[in-house]
Design a protein around this ligand. Structure first.
Ligand SMILES: Nc1ncnc2c1ncn2[C@@H]1O[C@H](COP(=O)(O)OP(=O)(O)OP(=O)(O)O)[C@@H](O)[C@H]1O
Length: 267
């Protein structure tokens, strides 16, 4: 993992992943099928509590996401969405299972203040480009193209502390795009944002996928209305994906689940 990815993605201290090396059943396959950007099969993950007990979090979790699309990951609180995302990002190691995620991949956190780390927008977006031996002009061009993709090119010289939460999220996404990332893993980006910023960020992700070559995004969310922007969605329950499909069929599936839950508690 490169330094900028570490900056943008660190493992929360509450997690105590198993320290043992992945078992022989764990394989890390790269780009097996070019039309699939993210694939996981029978992923399992457990954590050790402070009392030393093993708690299974992911249980034979499988998923498959086509390249170049925006997919959403939904499910009730605590079903394992963030854990799955961190496993796909390589921040946590599955205890067993196989996975394949196109590279470079980038993880963007829900708290906008945790990922925009440099004093200005331009400096932040160019942060990860140092390793690429680009000329100043090439860096400026790459940064400007990435900011353009997220609708932030007018903010190039702005100090980051003057940006709204949604603008910071978009700068973080531009940083990932500037590094030519192929997979964006986005963890509840709209949680801390007001309604205008929420829509701005999801639209920016959608536009950036349209403007970029073959970038895929997986977006964890609780907001059903965001499904409108998705090419597809996954629904998790109790540590595994129980259904995946296109945005509108998944919207119907989740609404039906919610109605049946409401009928149950009212009966
Ligand atoms: N260190 C830990 N020890 C015990 N349980 C843990 C630990 N870390 C996470 N968990 C549990 O793992 C489960 C999945 O957590 P995760 O954050 O992946 O869920 P989530 O679907 O993203 O939840 P939310 O929608 O609330 O953000 C939760 O029940 C959580 O309490």
């Amino acid at each position: 993992m490169d330094i900028s990815a570490l900056f943008r993605a660190s493992v929360p201290p509450s997690f105590l992943p198993l320290q043992s090396a992945p078992s022989s059943r764990s394989n890390y396959i790269t780009e097996r099928d070019n039309s699939i950007a993210i694939e996981g099969r029978n992923l399992n993950f457990s954590v050790k509590t402070s009392q030393g007990n093993l708690v299974p979090i992911l249980k034979d979790c499988s998923l498959s996401i086509p390249s170049g699309q925006l997919w959403m990951l939904l499910g009730p609180n605590g079903c394992g969405k963030s854990t799955l995302l961190k496993i796909l990002a390589g921040l946590l190691k599955p205890t067993s299972g196989t996975m394949s995620v196109k590279r470079p991949k980038s993880f963007v956190f829900q708290n906008p203040d945790h990922q925009v780390v440099m004093p200005t927008v331009e400096a932040d977006v160019s942060f990860g480009l140092g390793k690429l031996n680009l000329t100043e002009d090439q860096v400026r061009h790459t940064v400007s193209k990435a900011l353009d993709a997220v609708g932030m090119s007018a903010y190039m010289q702005r100090p980051v502390q003057t940006l709204s939460g949604g603008q910071k999220q978009r700068v973080a996404i531009a940083g990932a795009l500037a590094e030519a990332c192929k997979v964006l893993l986005l963890d509840e980006l709209t949680t801390f944002l007001d309604e205008t910023d929420q829509v701005g960020v999801v639209k920016a992700v959608k536009n950036s996928l349209n403007a970029s070559d073959d970038v895929t995004a997986l977006w964890v969310t609780h907001r059903l209305e965001e499904l409108e922007y998705a090419d597809g969605a996954l629904y998790m329950e109790n540590g595994k994906v129980v259904k995946q499909g296109d945005g509108s069929s998944m919207m119907n599936f989740i609404k039906a689940k919610q109605s049946s839950y409401i009928s149950q508690i009212n009966s």
